[in-house]
Structure formats: C-alpha cells, structure tokens
Design a protein around this ligand. Sequence first.
Ligand SMILES: [Zn+2]
Length: 169
Amino acid sequence: MNCNVCGTQLADGAVFCPNCGNAVQANNPQQPQQQPNFQQPNFQQPNFQQPNFQQPNFQQPGFQQPGFQQPGFQQPFQQPDTPTPGKALGIVSMILGILSLVLFCYYYLSIPCAIVSIILSCIGKSQAKKAGKSLGMATAGLVCSIVALAIDIIIIATGAAILAELGVF
Ligand SMILES: [Zn+2]
C-alpha cells in the first residue's frame, strides 16, 4: 500500500508514513467485519402439550342398601277366622298350672291341678302342632305345672321327713 499523501511505499502494518508522518490508519478504513448475523435458530420448543389425563370418572357404584323390609310378623292371634286348635285347652292348662303353683300348700289340690294341666297342655300342643302353630299358653301351663309338681314333691318329702321324725318319738 502507498501513503495517500506522498505516495511513499509503506510497509504492511505501518501506522504512520515514515516520509510525511501521515497517519496511515485514516487511509486504511477498517472494514467493519460484519459479523454474520448468526441468527440463533429459533428453536421453538415443541409445544409438548401435556396429554390431558382425564381421570376416568370412577363413579362409585351405588350400593343401594337393600331395603331390609322387616317381614310383617303377623301375630297369629290376629286371625279370628282360623282359631288355633287346642287354644282353649292351652288356656285351661295355663290356668290350672298357675292354680297348682298358687295352691302349692295344698298338695292334694295342687297335684291334681298340675297333672290335669300337663295333660291338657300336651293335648293342646299336639293339636296346635298338627295345624303348624305353637301354643304359648299351653307351654306356660306345662312349665307352671312341672314347677308346681316339683314344689309339691319337696313339700311332701319334707312333710314325710317331719312325720317320720315325729314317728320316731
Ligand atoms: Zn507520506
């Protein structure tokens, strides 16, 4: 390159002309190195759409409580058109059974009452059983009679023991 003022040949890289002192730099316009515009590629992030994990709608099965309808326990006594067979016997048996209990002091009355009550109770219960029914009163009469008989036996045994002891004297 040459100096633009005096034309002197200049060495490469010279800043000032050795002849005239001209600043060479002005004559050596820096070519602005255009930096290539490295446009950053627009890495568009792929739009990872989160899959819409819809929770399946677990509908709780409707455990409907089965309607435990209480079966209508119809009282058999509410059927006047079909009277329980042996019912009258059951009533008499119960009355005699209670009598035999009340009259336990008088064993000569209590024991026959109890025996009759047991017999009537057994007849009444068997009649009711044939019809497929139960006779609570006959059962009550039977229980009363058995208890009365047991009490009578104890009393008689006790009395007999007393009599025996008296007989000793
Ligand atoms: Zn020069």
